[in-house]
Ligand binder design. Structure first.
Ligand SMILES: C[S@@+](CC[C@H](N)C(=O)[O-])C[C@H]1O[C@@H](n2cnc3c(N)ncnc32)[C@H](O)[C@@H]1O
Length: 261
């Protein structure tokens, strides 16, 4: 299953695959049985409430007839938005469970898409195959992010764009998590690297032009309960979001890069 490489990196990828086969992203917010239409709707509603910046930053309807690849597509909800906008979409993921769910998601929505279990660090696609490569919440979880970035650039057409997200090491969420000792998702993943702005810039060096924005500011939590959650929801979220944006801009929990080949 794993592409040729050294034994250590193959072991690391096997651990990543095993973890994500058992921890499908945002799974725990769904109340409905896995794989049902309601299950995908619940995960999508949660995601786009938490990441309300996504449709503002990413023009999901702007790629009609273009070829889009989603690396580490999970259950395929973002890719479904591109597909609804008329794009020809391909989703890959290291975890078979995600790919099975992504296929079911598309089938139930009546959308066309091609899905494969594949390692984003070593893809079987030809050079210059896609107009857009999308990769959200994946780079910090993979064994060799630099190999993934090089592969993404390779499969992108000249002049094409990659939209790449990772986690900001110095974010408001990390500070809150340390101060309040709250759980954040996937801290138990075998690999969870977080980046400074400069480290992310240097990871993206293979690209000709890169713009990085900081996003993901506080929204009320739905997954935590008890007094900490009440304190956070009632006394933190509102006042934080009323601070001048220029004061907190660089503390966004997500770095979102638009990188041109
Ligand atoms: C946090 S989930 C994100 C899923 C989806 N992109 C989203 O934003 O909801 C991380 C996903 O990346 C996948 N992944 C991690 N390393 C990968 C790799 N080397 N190649 C392909 N997929 C990978 C995992 O299997 C998992 O489904």
């Amino acid at each position: 299953m794993t592409a040729p490489g050294n034994a250590d990196s193959n072991d690391r990828l096997d651990a990543v695959r095993e973890y994500w086969n058992n921890h499908v992203h945002d799974w725990k917010v769904a109340r409905s049985p896995a794989g049902t239409p309601e299950f995908f709707e619940e995960i999508e509603a949660y995601r786009f409430e938490k990441l309300h910046y996504l449709p503002l930053r990413v023009d999901f309807n702007g790629y009609a007839d273009e070829r889009i690849l989603d690396v580490g597509c999970g259950v395929g909800n973002d890719l479904a938005r591109f597909a609804k906008g008329g794009a020809n979409v391909v989703g890959i993921d290291l975890a078979e469970h995600s790919i099975d769910l992504a296929r079911a998601n598309f089938e139930q929505r009546g959308l066309a898409g091609h899905f494969e279990v594949m390692n984003g660090e070593s893809m079987s696609f030809e050079d210059d195959a896609f107009d857009l490569v999308y990769c959200h919440t994946v780079l910090h979880f993979t064994a060799n992010p630099s190999a993934m970035v090089k592969e993404i650039r390779r499969v992108l057409k000249p002049g094409g764009t990659a939209i790449l997200m990772t986690v900001n090491r110095h974010s408001w969420l990390n500070v809150t998590q340390r101060l309040m000792k709250i759980e954040i998702d996937h801290l138990d993943a075998p690999i969870f690297d977080q980046y400074t702005y400069a480290q992310f810039q240097s990871l993206l060096e293979p690209f000709a032009k890169v713009k990085i924005v900081c996003e993901r500011f506080p929204v009320p939590t739905k997954v935590h309960k008890g007094w900490k959650a009440r304190l956070y929801n009632d006394l933190f979220v509102g006042p934080f979001n009323r601070l001048p944006h220029s004061w907190v801009e660089r503390s966004g929990h997500h770095f979102l890069a638009f990188a041109e080949k």
